[in-house]
Design a binder for this molecule. Structure first.
Ligand code: AMP
Length: 222
């Protein structure tokens, strides 16, 4: 594994980007970098960027490139990212993809793989609407597909508090899927043109998908 592995996870809301990024983080020691998480933290902290981002996030639209890029650059400047990063939910527009290429080039880094998690849109509303996470460690759960072994207790850390994202509801998911298809899906062609695209069937078993992703990471890091 080189120090500078950069992976991009592409896919609509509910495709499993966060779940898979966390698994890759554990397996390969890479750092998960989710612009959604960074923006939610900015909203919670009441920063200027957070205040400016909140309305777009609540409606399921995209936050401006300017705000997202400022947040991403700050995070990429932190030393832990030199171990390699998994970009989860970034880039989401052509402008962000171009800015990322420039940022990486200026640091002598390049994209190892842009992995498209391929799913059926129709299943995404149910996947997203039912999901929640452990408030302490962030482990993901789902009302229908993945309940903790002991009701109300996190399998991973034993905590008993859970949280749901405000935008994980059926109304907002529709807008988020539309934003994905209009602004983000064209990046699949962009990364294919760079020779970096890898496609993974992300509809099946989480463990099988994780294995497919791990094989890709091993091949690009070899
Ligand atoms: P996520 O956690 O990736 O589903 O992102 C939640 C919300 O944050 C999205 O619906 C957008 O409003 C915003 N967001 C996250 N990442 C980006 C990005 N790269 N560009 C624009 N908006 C973003």
């Amino acid at each position: 594994m080189t120090k500078t592995t950069v992976l991009i996870l592409l896919g609509p809301p509910g495709a499993g980007k966060g779940t898979q990024a966390r698994m890759l983080e554990e397996t390969f020691g890479l750092v998960q970098l989710s612009t959604g998480d960074l923006l939610r933290a900015a909203v919670a902290a009441g920063t200027e960027a957070g205040k400016a981002a909140k309305a777009a996030m609540d409606s399921g639209g995209l936050v401006s490139d300017e705000i997202v890029l400022a947040i991403l650059r700050d995070r990429m400047a932190e030393p832990d990212t030199s171990r390699g990063v998994i970009l989860d939910g970034f880039p989401r527009t052509a402008g962000q993809a171009a800015a990322l290429d420039e940022l990486l080039a200026s640091q002598g880094m390049r994209i190892g793989a842009a992995i498209s998690l391929e799913v059926d849109d129709a299943a995404m509303v149910e996947r997203v609407s039912g999901r929640y996470t452990c408030a302490a460690c962030g482990e993901g759960y789902h009302d229908s597909f993945k309940q903790p072994a002991v009701d109300g207790v996190c399998d991973k850390c034993g905590a008993t508090g859970f949280k749901r994202r405000a935008d994980d509801n059926a109304e907002t998911v529709g807008a988020r899927l539309a934003a994905y298809h209009e602004q983000t899906a064209p990046l699949i062609t962009y990364y294919d043109g760079q020779g970096a695209l890898r496609r993974v069937d992300a509809m099946g078993d989480i463990g099988r998908i994780a294995k497919d992703l791990a094989a890709i990471v091993e091949s690009v890091a070899a």
